[in-house]
Design a protein around this ligand. Sequence first.
Ligand code: GUN
Length: 279
Amino acid sequence: MAVLIDGKKISKEIKEELKEEVKCLKEEGKNICLAVVQVGEDPASTVYVNNKKKACAYIGIESQSYELLASTTEEELVDLVKRLNDSPEVNGILVQLPLPKHINEDRIIQAISPEKDVDGFHPESVGRLWIGEKGFLSCTPAGIIQLLKRSGISIEGKECVIVGRSNIVGKPMAALLLRENGTVTVAHSRTKELQKITKRADILIVAIGKRQFITSEYIKEGAVVIDVGMHRDAQNRLCGDVDFADVEPKASAITPVPGGVGPMTIAMLMNNCVETARR
Ligand code: GUN
C-alpha cells in the first residue's frame, strides 16, 4: 500500500501559516490585494477564480474582481493590466487562462509587471527561476515541491521524470526539481519508448492531460507518483492522468485526484501574494 500524499491537509497547513503571517503584516500596516481578471464565462475558469477569491478571503488578502465580456479586445485587456500595474492598491495581478482565441495570451502575460506576477508566468519570472534568482514561482510546480518536502520525500540525487512539457507545469517543474538537486528528464508526446523512461523514475510527475493514461506498466516498484491531471471518468467522478487503482499498489507514495496537487496550486498562489508584501 502506498502512502497517500494528502494535498488537502498540506495546503491547509500552508494556508494557516500564511493567515498568521498576513495578520502580522496587517499589524505593520501592510495590506495585500490581489486583482483577479476573468475574460468570458468558461465554467471551469469560473470555479477556479471563485476558489482563488475564497482563499484570499480566508487568509485575509483583499481581492478585486474584474469580470470582462468574452468580446473584450486585446487592447482593452492590455489597458486594464496597465492600470492594475500602476495601481498602488494592487499587489498581485492574476489573469485567468485560457483567454478567448482572439486575444494573444503571451502579450497579456508580458504586459503584467514582473513585480505583480503572482502566477510566475512572465518571461522575467521564468528566466529568474532558471538562473536561480529570486522571483515568483509558477504555482502548481511550486506546490508539488512543497508536497514532496512536507511528506518527507527527498529530491536530491533522485531520478525525476516529468511527463509533459507545458509552460505552466512541465518546464517550470524541471527547473524546480533541478534546483533541488534532482536528476531530471522531461518526456512528452513525441518521446519514444515512454515506458522505458518512466520506469526509471524514483519520482514521476505526470502532467499530460490524458485521462488515466499512466498504468502500473509505466511505474518502477516503490516510485513516488504525482498526478497533475484533472478529468471526469465514465461515472462523472474526478480522476487524473494516472490510473490510481492500478498504480497505487506498486507506488511507495501517490497523490489522489481530487485532493492531491489541485489544492496546492491555490496555496502557492496565496504564498506568492504574501511574498509581494514580504519584499
Ligand atoms: N489556468 C489554469 N491554471 C492556471 C493558473 O495557474 N493561473 C492562471 N492564471 N490561469 C490558469
